[in-house]
Design a protein around this ligand. Structure first.
Ligand code: AHM
Ligand code: MG
Length: 333
């Protein structure tokens, strides 16, 4: 560690950097629970080969996807670590059908939505995966939660972030005042501030999309991708990079610029990615870093989901790239 200014995640949350946050102590406690869940998940992934924890668990989830053993490890870690903070009112997980209650004796003032292990199709071949989370203030005034606590537009989030289990493990976070990145120092078990005020370039030249779906794309997506590949938009042709783990693809987009896309198509009329724990939190990060996130016409943070697992199309990344993409949607309205 070369930095002469060693700041851990916990100390950073409690620091004077965020002056107008009224519930700093509670948030620090909650974020330390999230960091703990990420460390347990990180450990589970790194040890899976020794513990026969790769592969399927033999069940399917609410999305009819095959659940991996590590999906269960991560989901249990998030639920347990979050409940233990006593700051959580209720939760939504990608892995569970319904809103997850918290016993009244352990209940707090925040709603947390999370994807415990995103990109899990990449797990068994050792490709980077991640966890995604968002924190919302509780809406109910009594102990019984309702859909109103979770079916909210992204702009109501007070914090969001992701952990990336890559060649290094990182936690990238916004409290609505810029984006900060912390790297896990395994020797001391702490997330340490390494990336201060992360900003995305206003233009980039990398596009990221599952091109295997191109026969299903609509005109706007097809023509936009053709334009950026051929240079007919007046810029040099873009490079293609697609990992198939949203956290990794979005993290690269944040650092190098460009555009990440999971559009609606004739096979998936709402796209694939879910609002409350994938698109919403990563859109908050993208906007806070100076980028943009849109469903083609509306900023993703202004969408109100109809159900807890609602999917939405998403185009996020460098401001000018997403604006250009929107102009193709405008032409084909
Ligand atoms: P998951 O949460 O079940 O892993 O699914 C979400 C993942 C994203 O990480 C990624 O962007 C996308 O699915 C990839 O989908 P596809 O394989 O259709 O390209
Ligand atoms: Mg996911």
């Amino acid at each position: 560690m070369s930095s002469n200014n060693l700041i851990t995640l916990n100390r950073w949350v409690l620091s004077d950097t965020h002056k107008d946050i009224g519930f700093k102590l509670e948030l620090a406690n909650l974020l330390s629970g999230i960091a703990l869940a990420c460390k347990i998940t990180n450990n589970g992934i790194k040890r899976a080969g020794f513990e026969q924890n790769f592969g399927l668990a033999g069940i399917t989830n609410v999305h009819s996807e095959d659940v991996k053993k590590l999906d269960i490890v991560a989901n249990d870690a998030f639920k347990m670590a979050l409940k233990s903070t006593r700051e959580v009112f209720c939760m939504v997980s990608e892995e569970e059908d319904s809103i997850i209650p918290v016993p009244e004796s352990q209940s707090g003032n925040f709603v947390v939505t999370f994807d415990p292990l995103d990109g899990s199709s990449n797990l068994d071949c050792n490709v980077s995966v991640g966890s995604i989370f968002a924190i919302w203030p509780k809406a109910s005034t009594d102990h019984s939660f309702s859909n109103a606590d979770v079916l909210r537009k992204g702009r109501e989030m007070i914090a969001a972030g992701y952990a990336l289990y890559g060649s290094a493990t990182m936690l990238v976070l916004t409290l609505g005042q810029g984006v900060y990145g912390f790297t896990l120092d395994n020797s001391i078990g702490e997330f340490v501030l390494t990336h201060v005020e992360m900003r995305i370039k206003s233009k980039g030249n990398i596009y990221s999309i599952n091109e295997g779906n191109s026969i299903y794309w609509d005109k706007a997506t097809s023509e936009y991708v053709n334009a950026i590949k051929s240079g007919s938009n007046g810029r040099s042709p873009y490079s293609s990079r697609y990992i198939g783990s949203m956290v990794s693809d979005v993290h690269r987009t944040l650092l190098y610029g460009g555009i990440f896309m999971y559009p609606a198509d004739s096979k998936s009329p709402n796209g694939k990615l879910r609002y409350l724990y994938e698109v919403g939190p990563l859109s908050f990060i993208m906007e806070q870093a100076g980028g943009k996130s849109s469903n083609g016409s509306t900023p993703c943070l202004d969408i109100v989901p109809n159900s807890i697992h609602q999917r939405v199309p998403v185009f996020m990344g460098s401001h000018d790239c997403v604006t250009e993409l929107e102009s193709f949607h405008q032409q084909h309205k």
